[in-house]
Design a protein around this ligand. Structure first.
Ligand code: ACO
Length: 395
């Protein structure tokens, strides 16, 4: 008897401790909750610092090829010549799409599906392989540019451009979009962008991918989930609308009234604010510098000047409308400018973000696979209690 009582008390204590723990851990939006360890990237929101596998983003983004960044994320060190050439070759052979992928893209184009949805639908067809993680990862990273470029060309009624195995990953993406071999400057600008967005701590899409792999599911499923998460306007869907605002404003003298009207209507200004950065997003600076170079050489310089004015005005107005909130320029504002300078239509901004971020997603999938720990948080129940069942005819 005494033993039973003791055991019951013990159980009560454990339950009480669990409830206590649940109450303390409740964090809506998981803000400030540390869910895992990672070697891939570190985001210091207070200092405005992003480190990718040991390299500050300013050090890496403008120098590395996309293939070097991918190797770094997957292997934890920069490749030597031989390792780089093997990875380049492996990617090149996985660029072509299976027949079923092209059929999905054709159906999506006929239905005028938004490009991110076309990417989500088509990515799922890449899981027809042997279930090997490295094969899946290669196929995903290699085929993302092919999917985006093919979808764009189909939706414009153009012939598809086959991938060119002689070109690098970034050069080949621009080539498949336009059918023209891009200049070195344009390739450099795109690589800087892809490297800059390749990984960024435990953002929503990366978390989604890790949750899926944590159930011992496959990488293709994880990346399809991540694409769905990236699509939302609070995550990767902001750059198109951010540039639209610059176009709507048209000239600097109209900036203030236009932005005020948006804020008066309670709208959010896309390209500003961040959950983690409480100072300027360091990626904005890297992309601003790349944009400065690109617009100086071969794009619309006036648009760039106008965008800088819009940025300045927005920051001033956000201080006025949201006093006490620290709302700074985020990566999306300069993403929009840079990708526009590269000739990409706004509809392709978020899919191009995915072309870069799939490097980080797959690297996180490898890390999560190694960790092999199911991600399964708790929820706090706030619904009704002790209801009694009423038969259908009495309701
Ligand atoms: N414009 C106007 N007001 C804003 C903005 C903005 N861009 N961002 C935040 N606020 C306001 C909110 O309305 C809120 O005001 P309130 O307290 O008076 O209601 C306050 O600032 C705090 O906002 P939260 O939503 O709590 O901040 P959170 O940290 O959750 O949001 C987010 C971060 C979602 C990025 C937000 O700043 C936003 O919506 N920005 C615009 C969309 C955008 O640029 N997204 C891309 C982010 S970068 C990336 O994911 C790659």
């Amino acid at each position: 008897m005494a033993g039973d009582l003791q055991r019951e008390r013990g159980i009560e204590e454990v339950v009480a401790k669990m409830s206590e723990k649940t109450a303390v851990a409740f964090a809506p939006g998981l803000e400030d909750v540390v869910a895992t360890r990672t070697r891939l990237s570190s985001v210091d929101g207070a200092a405005g610092r992003l480190v990718i596998a040991g390299f500050p983003v300013e050090e890496l983004a403008g120098r590395a090829s996309f293939e070097e960044t991918l190797y770094l994320l997957w292997n934890g060190a920069l490749p030597d010549k031989e390792q780089l050439s093997v990875l380049g070759r492996d990617l090149a052979v996985h660029r072509a799409l299976p027949k079923v992928a092209v059929e999905v893209l054709e159906a999506a184009a006929a239905g005028r599906v938004p490009p991110m949805d076309a990417l989500r639908m088509t990515s799922g067809t890449l899981g027809l392989g042997n279930g090997d993680d490295r094969d899946d990862a290669l196929r995903l990273v290699a085929a993302f540019p092919t999917i985006v470029a093919a979808y764009w060309r189909l939706s414009q009624g153009h012939e598809l451009v086959e991938p060119d195995p002689e070109l690098t990953h970034a050069a080949n993406y621009l080539y498949m979009l336009s059918g023209e071999i891009p200049s070195t400057e344009r390739v450099r600008a795109l690589e800087t962008y892809l490297n800059t967005v390749s990984d960024h701590g435990m953002n929503a899409s990366t978390f989604a991918a890790r949750v899926i792999v944590s159930t011992r599911s496959d990488f293709v499923s994880a990346v399809v989930g991540a694409v769905g998460a990236l699509k939302g306007p609070l995550h990767g869907g902001a750059p198109g609308p951010a540039l639209d605002v610059v176009f709507e404003i048209g000239e600097a003298s109209r900036a203030e009234s236009h932005l005020r009207a948006k804020l008066d209507r309670g709208e959010r200004l896309m390209g500003f604010g961040h959950r983690v950065y409480k100072v300027r997003d360091p990626r904005a600076d890297v992309l601003a510098a790349a944009g400065e170079r690109l617009y100086a050489s071969d794009a619309d310089r006036d648009l760039y000047r106008l965008a800088l004015k819009v940025e300045e005005m927005t920051l001033g107005l956000l201080k006025e409308y949201k006093p006490g909130r620290i709302l700074q320029t985020n990566v999306e504002f300069y993403t929009a400018l840079l990708l526009h300078g590269l000739g990409l239509p706004t509809e392709l901004f978020t899919p191009t973000f995915a072309v870069g971020r799939v490097a980080g997603w797959t690297a996180h999938c490898f890390e999560q696979r190694e960790l092999d720990r199911l991600i399964r948080p708790q929820s706090k129940y706030v619904g009704a209690e002790d209801r009694t069942w009423a038969p259908l005819e009495e309701r």
